[in-house]
Write a protein that binds this ligand. Structure first.
Ligand code: KDO
Length: 329
């Protein structure tokens, strides 16, 4: 009886032309991020999913988990390394916890604008730095996305012109040493708070302010509980759409190409929309009653750059890297 069944199954496969590979279950790709639904790096994930479905129909099952519900902010790299998570959007801050060389990309006022960011990571610098992530963390960086240029967003009313004006200001930063270092370099008193808790912390006055790119200030509605935006332009921030090395290695070459192309399409969608919205948002916040203004950006730039160059962090930066980054036009 069993034999007859087996023959029957083989015959059915022959008739439908299904090879075992095609009949296999789709590869599950769970993506975890703290991003809120309205932000562009969340909206780019369905683009990734659709693009992948177009390029490799039926071969992938992409699951998107927003708001840090699957893994808490900052725990994604370890989850990918343990094989508990297939994909995430990680930051240079996350990476530099394990690869100190990477703290160069956590430094304020290094990358100049989104175009510079893309060019730097598309160059040999990107190849070398992504190579470190692959070798030391077993994580494959698929593509870099522009998270936006970080600005100060405060619930206090006192005008901020220079780093000295931030003395004693309780500035929320994400919870890791390199993030807190950035807050301190700006002149503030940094406090670690997870992204999902910022709104309430602002509302209750547990913090005086936070820093994020304008599209995020809008998407997460921080403008509802703050009074001013100081356009410091202190960090041209990036997110790296990444896959766990073990998931990546299980893919065949065609699947790898499809994943790469889908990642590029998603990032293109994010970058185009984010850059466009970022340029328009100052007027939106003003309409909401916030003060929006430029401080003495040169005072911030020279102070922050000096703090980084004189820090312990910069000792780990690859030799000559600052010059190479600066030389990319
Ligand atoms: C944040 O917590 O301020 C931050 O902007 C840090 C980023 O690295 C990234 O984690 C981002 O939050 C989330 O994706 C939410 O937008």
């Amino acid at each position: 009886f069993t034999r007859r069944l087996l023959i029957g199954a083989a015959a059915a496969a022959a008739i439908t032309g299904l090879t075992p590979a095609l009949a296999a279950d789709p590869v599950k790709l769970r993506i975890s991020t703290p991003a809120v639904e309205a932000d562009w790096h969340a909206k780019m994930l369905p683009v990734f999913k659709q693009e992948l479905e177009k390029l490799a129909p039926g071969q992938f099952d992409v699951e998107i988990h927003l708001n840090g519900t699957l893994f808490k902010q900052g725990t994604e790299p370890a989850a990918m390394q343990r094989g508990n998570l297939e994909m995430a959007m990680i930051s240079a801050f996350d990476i530099s916890k394990q690869i100190p060389e990477w703290s160069i990309f956590t430094a304020g006022y290094l990358l100049r604008d989104p175009e510079h960011q893309t060019k730097v990571f598309d160059s040999d610098i990107g190849k070398e730095m992504y190579g470190l992530v692959e070798d030391k963390m077993n994580i494959k960086v698929l593509s870099v996305g522009y998270l936006g240029t970080r600005q100060l967003n405060l619930r206090t009313e006192k005008e901020v012109k220079t780093p000295a004006d931030l003395a004693g200001v309780k500035l929320r930063m994400p919870g890791s040493d390199t993030w807190l270092f950035l807050g301190k370099a700006l002149g503030a008193n940094p406090l670690p708070v997870a992204f999902g808790e910022i709104y309430t912390a602002l509302q209750t006055g547990a913090i005086d302010g936070q820093d994020n790119p304008l599209p995020t200030v809008r998407a997460a509605k921080f403008y509802e509980v703050t009074k001013q935006i100081v356009l410091t332009d202190h960090l041209v921030d990036a997110i790296f759409l990444s896959m766990s090395g073990s998931a990546w290695k299980k893919l065949d070459d065609k699947q790898k190409d499809a994943v790469m192309s889908a990642a590029k399409a998603a990032v293109r969608y994010n970058n185009e929309n984010r850059i466009k919205e970022e340029a328009e948002l100052a007027s939106f916040f003003k309409e909401q009653g916030l003060k929006v203004y430029k401080p003495d950006v040169e005072a911030f730039r020279s102070h922050v750059q000096k703090v980084y160059l004189e820090s312990e962090l910069s000792k780990a930066w690859p030799k000559g890297m600052v010059e190479r980054v600066n030389a990319i036009k």
